[in-house]
Write a protein that binds this ligand. Structure first.
Ligand code: KE4
Length: 429
């Protein structure tokens, strides 16, 4: 059937590579035509054909209190009349930095940028500038944005498209990126021993969301923390997804682990293009113009982005009960999905922490990229479309976390669980 989405997708491919401005939106791994969204409100997305969906992407995390959240929309509207950018410092940036520092552990200084990629890319440069060392360790299946250093065995869209090596990333850059399996502390120890005094940083998603949701096993993060202390390696928590979503203090607070540098994105922009990197003073002091590690951005700290992010963060900061509300809704959904999946007899694993959750059609626990990739992801594609037909919009890839937003009602959750029951019945018949 020709829909407005299919017409738009055909048209989009004439002017945009693959018809999308970010690969994971193209439905490549689940098949079919991406839906073009016309508007969203609260927990719901509406496509250009007028279909309504319960949204479990939340713009990949930012829309934690729901779409078109009135205080955020109002703040943007009020600020926009004073111009959208000055290219000069503003009080808004100071208030934003002070608010983040009051919420996030181990952040003495913070620099705003315009994406999570920029935040992670800059954090790596700071770690290299601070330590004078070149190599980094990242984990297979973790995704830290599309900077060259990270496009080695990355998750998210790279896993979705099964891209192993990226043309354009030079051997020189790739050689400075060491990788090992998530949750394998022994492998970290071996890499560090084999590259003694050469490793500037270990960067990790403290709770991974880019191979589906994968949790650190007890002792894993603690073990890396110990190695970094002993080897003078900068421990970078990539909290672009987890920051201000799992708790006011993000994964550092939830896991009670201290990082040296922390990167943020998504929630801190409330849907506007914002990223940030921050950390302990003695490290962040190398950042220009204070130090010589150069990092810059025309729209860094943009007033519209700042007022949007500040408004959302301030509400989260003043109402910590919103986190327990969101977590309870996620547990409710998890329990309901658990029941219908058990009824279906299909092998599955549900990974969940806070308001991050993912379903893997796997016979074994999903604890790293290999086990996530070994799941029946073709079945996930069928499940995705069956749910979409029933008005539930899941992330279009098995290598993504689902994100709940606090506008979801129990009725929405019940509809989602019922849609899952019907979808599994349809696929398994
Ligand atoms: P951005 O440059 O896309 O703002 O952030 C990159 C990034 C860094 N770190 C983590 C942990 C991330 O999850 C991301 C981006 N997340 C993906 C979704 N898994 C973005 C979606 C997309 O690529 O369109």
């Amino acid at each position: 059937m020709i829909t407005k989405s299919t017409e738009l997708f055909t048209r989009a491919q004439q002017s945009i590579p693959g018809g999308v401005n970010s690969p994971v939106r193209a439905f490549k791994s689940v098949g079919g035509t991406p839906l073009f969204i016309s508007r969203a409100k609260g927990a719901y997305l509406y496509d250009v054909d007028g279909n309504k969906y319960i949204d479990y992407i939340a713009s990949w995390g930012p829309m934690i209190l729901g779409h078109a959240y009135e205080p955020v929309v109002g703040a943007i509207q009020a600020q926009a009349v004073y111009s959208t950018s000055y290219g000069a410092p503003t009080e808004l940036e100071v208030k934003m930095a002070e608010l983040i520092i009051s919420m996030a552990p181990n952040v003495d200084l913070i620099r705003m940028v315009s994406s999570g990629t920029e935040a992670c890319m800059s954090a790596i440069r700071v770690a290299r500038g601070y330590t004078g060392k070149n190599k980094i360790i990242k984990f297979e299946g973790c995704y830290h944005g599309h900077a060259d250093s990270f496009l080695v065995k990355a998750g998210s869209g790279m896993a979705t498209l099964n891209i192993q090596t990226v043309p354009g990333v030079t051997a020189g850059v790739a050689n400075d990126t060491l990788t090992c399996a998530y949750n394998n502390l022994e492998a970290v120890k071996n890499l560090v021993a084999a590259n003694r005094n050469e490793i500037a940083a270990i960067i990790i998603e403290p709770i991974a969301g880019n191979m589906g949701c994968v949790l650190p096993v007890p002792g894993f993060l603690e073990g890396i923390r110990k190695i970094c202390n002993e080897e003078k390696i900068v421990f970078i928590f990539d909290e672009v997804m987890t920051g201000f979503r799992l708790a006011p203090g993000g994964a550092q607070e939830k896991m009670a682990i201290d990082a040296d540098l922390i990167t943020y994105g998504k929630v801190i922009g409330a849907g506007m293009p914002v990223g940030a990197f921050g950390g302990k003073k003695h490290i962040m002091e190398v950042v220009a113009p204070l130090g010589n590690v150069y990092q810059a951005g025309t729209l860094s700290g943009n007033p519209i982005a700042m007022i949007a992010g500040y408004t959302l963060l301030d509400i989260l900061h003043r109402n910590p009960a919103l986190y327990s509300e969101l977590d309870e809704k996620t547990i409710y959904l998890k329990n309901g999905l658990q029941d219908v999946l058990q009824e279906s007899g299909v092998p599955f694993v549900i990974n969940q922490t806070g308001s991050m959750i993912s379903v893997h059609f796997s016979k074994i626990p999903v604890t790293d990229f290999a086990s996530a990739a070994a799941a029946d992801n073709a079945f996930f594609g069928k499940f995705f479309h069956a749910m979409l037909r029933r008005g539930v919009y899941l992330p279009p890839s098995a290598f993504e976390s689902w994100f709940l937003n606090n506008a979801l009602s129990v009725e929405d959750l019940d509809k989602t669980i019922e849609a899952a029951r019907e979808s599994l019945k349809e696929i398994c018949q």
